[in-house]
Design a protein around this ligand. Structure first.
Ligand code: GLN
Length: 377
């Protein structure tokens, strides 16, 4: 037998960042901002450190933060969680996903994963002992109801949802989520939903949390994070919201995995949740502008793509260029000086005709990337 670490490769997303640094490329591979986070967050973090909030927080999260989260989730996501029994603060949604899967999976149980999927979910299923059942979102990223029905069975323990979606930019509609919710209820399965991009939406799209649908609150684990909404990916603060019984199990795993998320930064994240509503509107507007800059540049350079509905990635088709995703990604870094992520990172098999670009960058960075991409046409 092989160790679990031998059953998956290192992250291609982070490998592309290293390659990008090596070639002095514009990094449109890893999804993190190259612009600063809000001043309010920096001030609150410094203040917490100066106030000597530098020792462990309570393992499942600072009370102030859990209270602010509970309030915010009620208002934005339409779900009620008691901060004492339903909210767990984690080291990013990365830890929240792994801890949630480890908390609910009995080895050998199946987890339905829509494909393409965020790279981490592959290793996450292996580490938790789950057997993944991939269900294709197809070329138009739609829900093929027959395929989804076939993927679910009595062996299904959970389904992993990610909306707005990385890498496709799909925003799951209420109708689609209701269909998935019915499958969860019929098969007594749990929805584990990664909603890290919940505030990054375009064209008046609305975010729907599957946990807010009828009969779903008790069988959903909702994951979120401060990383993308407040541009603090390096802080590593995320959370898991779940029924007390599920929360109890998530907290046990979380405690032994990490003890807790950084204490002073949890204070700053509580301050983030007190920002005015205008903050979220401006965030979405600014990403809408960035989305259009990159989209125009990619089109001009000959990529075939559509505008994403949410999140901050454009998933392109590269069939026209006559190279596989890995070859083409390498070629782009070395010759044009732009880094992107090979599509196969988001599939268990396939994806060789795709390439993912992020637009979570300053307008100038995106403009420079577009100029460089023109050289490949
Ligand atoms: N979620 C981001 C992406 O998909 C960052 C991944 C990571 O390195 N944690 O690029």
């Amino acid at each position: 037998s092989v160790s679990r670490a031998d059953r998956f490769t290192e992250s291609v997303i982070r490998e592309m960042t290293r390659l990008s640094l090596q070639y002095g490329a514009v990094n449109l591979a890893q999804g993190f901002p190259d612009f600063p986070c809000p001043d309010e967050l920096k001030a609150a973090a410094c203040q917490a450190i100066n106030a000597d909030i530098n020792q462990y927080a309570i393992t499942w999260g600072a009370p102030e933060l859990r209270e602010e989260l509970s309030r915010r989730v009620k208002a934005y996501n339409g779900m009620e969680f008691d901060p004492a029994t339903g909210v767990t603060v984690t080291c990013g949604s990365t830890e929240a996903m792994l801890a949630s899967l480890m908390a609910v999976i009995r080895p050998g149980e199946e987890v339905v994963v829509p494909e393409p999927f965020y790279e981490n979910y592959g290793p996450d299923t292996i580490l938790s002992g789950a057997v993944p059942r991939y269900v294709s979102l197809g070329d138009d990223f739609s829900i093929d109801e027959e395929a989804w029905k076939e993927a679910f069975s009595k062996k299904t323990r959970a389904v992993v949802i990610n909306t707005p979606n990385n890498p496709t930019g799909k925003v799951f509609s209420k109708k689609e989520l209701s269909f998935i919710a019915d499958l969860c209820v019929e098969n007594n399965a749990i929805a584990i939903t990664d909603e890290i991009y919940e505030h990054i939406l375009y064209d008046r799209k609305k975010h729907v949390s599957i946990g807010s649908l009828p009969e779903m609150q008790d069988r959903t684990i909702t994951l979120g994070s401060f990383s993308k909404t407040y541009s603090v990916t390096g802080w590593r603060v995320g959370y898991a919201l779940a029924h007390p019984e599920l929360t109890g199990r998530i907290r046990k795993i979380h405690d032994f995995l990490t003890v807790g998320a950084p204490a002073p930064l949890q204070q700053a994240c509580a301050a983030a949740l007190r920002l005015p509503e205008s903050y979220y509107r401006e965030l979405a507007e600014s990403y809408d502008r960035k989305r259009r800059i990159l989209f125009a540049g990619l089109k001009k350079a000959g990529f075939s793509c559509t505008l994403p509905e949410g999140a901050y990635y454009i998933f392109t088709d590269i069939s026209e260029f006559g190279k596989t995703d890995v070859e083409f990604a390498r070629h782009l870094v070395q010759t044009a000086g732009v880094a992107a992520v090979p599509g196969s990172s988001f599939y268990h098999t396939g994806g060789e005709t795709k390439l993912r670009f992020t637009f979570s960058k300053k307008d100038e960075t995106l403009q420079e990337a577009c100029r460089r991409l023109e050289t490949i046409a």
